[in-house]
Design a protein around this ligand. Structure first.
Ligand SMILES: [Mn+2]
Length: 408
């Protein structure tokens, strides 16, 4: 049985002013092609399909179009859980319709998918809170999946039905996985855990993640789930949440973050992106291969000391998204800013750093001369923000505002 594991699509996400939808279209097309070329039997999406609770229509359409294509007319199960960026209610809402296509959507850690069978397609033969067992056309053994969608600690305890239980969340999850695993998982099927969680080895220092992908069980990271909390029953753990590819092990079972299909922040600069293909047979260790994704733009930081070199670099690297730092002895002129912006359409930000006379670099903003008049400071500020001189209309508006303020 061949399983494709992906996560953290973050549909609808932008970086700076640049929307990533065009790249998301391309990379999801690439993921579909890989699923078809590799003849995978099932697809797992480990959360954060969307970037926000209320994603744009184009992202919602892209999601449904993609999972429908992946599901191959109901012959290939596509199973997705909600991440911390997804609205659990919203993820589950189309479930009755999605099931008809072979798409299974679990919004909550205790979601129970009722058994169903599609004609000439997949059959969900057993299910429980946070668990399904699927028969797939062409496979002689069932696929069993423990499904742990994201929930914060308090809600997770409620969903697991152990609100009053003593003990840390990691111990409670461990108990819950073990119980469900004992009940449904033996070596006559392929057994997987899919979760949107922060998992680390207990000895390892919990490293802070960039942006909003911090350890999600507990701010401060004290509440990571440790490898030893994972159930013994499963042959593979498909994780979502962290955007870089991470490969760990629990016994003989790989515990992998597939990572996101695109680099979504400057912290992911130069990261290679991939999907995981898991080759599994009952009762045996799985083999896993990473298939690189090639469609997204690279995200990078570049520093230049003169405009010509910067423009040259920008012209030669059109397929990057770049945060530019411009070091110089003077302010960037409107003309210079214009040259930079016109030579590239993937500039995330331009950070001007002015070298002061004492040799220290300083951000331009901090060198505002407060001895100047309000009007002069406004012109400097406008130039810095907009890259051009304010026009007469703007200046008279400013004078009007200042006048009004003084009059009160
Ligand atoms: Mn996440």
């Amino acid at each position: 049985m061949k399983i494709l594991h992906t996560a953290d699509w973050h549909l609808g996400k932008s970086i700076g002013p640049i929307p990533r939808h065009p790249e998301q279209l391309e990379v999801l097309e690439e993921i579909c092609s890989i699923a078809e070329r590799e003849h995978v039997d099932a697809v797992l999406i480990a959360g954060d399909m969307f970037d926000t609770f209320n994603p744009p229509v184009e992202s919602v359409e892209l999601f449904y179009r993609t999972v429908k294509r992946l599901a191959d007319g109901g012959k290939r199960p596509v199973v997705a859980i909600a991440g911390n960026h997804d609205s659990p209610e919203r993820i589950e809402a189309p479930d009755p319709l999605a099931k008809e296509c072979g798409v299974i959507l679990a919004g909550f850690p205790n979601t129970k998918i009722s058994p169903f069978a599609l004609q000439d397609g997949i059959k969900v033969v057993r299910s429980d809170n946070g668990f399904i067992e699927i028969m797939i056309p062409g496979c002689t053994v069932p696929l069993r999946i423990l499904l742990t969608a994201f929930a914060n600690e308090k809600r997770m305890k409620t969903y697991l039905g152990i609100e009053d239980a003593e003990g840390s969340l990691r111990q409670l999850l461990q108990m819950n996985w073990k119980e469900t695993g004992d009940k449904y998982m033996d070596d006559k099927g392929v057994n997987i855990l899919m979760a949107h969680l922060f998992v680390a080895s207990s000895g390892a220092e919990v490293t802070a993640e960039p942006d909003d992908e911090k350890p999600i069980l507990d701010i401060g990271g004290a509440q990571a789930v440790y490898l030893e909390n994972l159930p013994e029953h499963v042959q593979y753990v498909a994780l979502g949440h962290l955007h870089r590819t991470i490969k760990m092990k629990h016994g003989s079972a790989p515990v992998n973050y597939s990572g996101s299909p695109l680099s979504y922040s400057l912290h992911e600069a130069e990261q290679a992106k991939c999907v995981m293909i898991v080759d599994a047979e009952p009762g045996k260790p799985v083999s896993v291969s990473e298939i690189p994704l090639t469609k997204g733009k690279t995200v990078t930081r570049q520093t230049f000391t003169d405009i010509d070199t910067a423009v040259e670099w920008l012209m030669a690297n059109q397929n990057s998204l770049v945060e530019l730092t411009m070091q110089s002895d003077t302010y960037l002129t409107a003309e210079e800013r214009k040259r930079l912006v016109q030579s590239h359409n993937g500039i995330i930000d331009i950070i001007p750093v002015v070298r002061t006379l004492d040799g220290k670099d300083d951000e331009q903003v901090s060198s505002v001369d407060l001895g100047k008049s309000v009007e002069e400071i406004f012109v400097d500020f406008f130039l810095h923000e907009k890259g051009q001189q304010p026009n007469d209309e703007m200046m008279s508006l400013l004078r009007e505002v200042i006048g009004t303020e003084e009059g009160q």
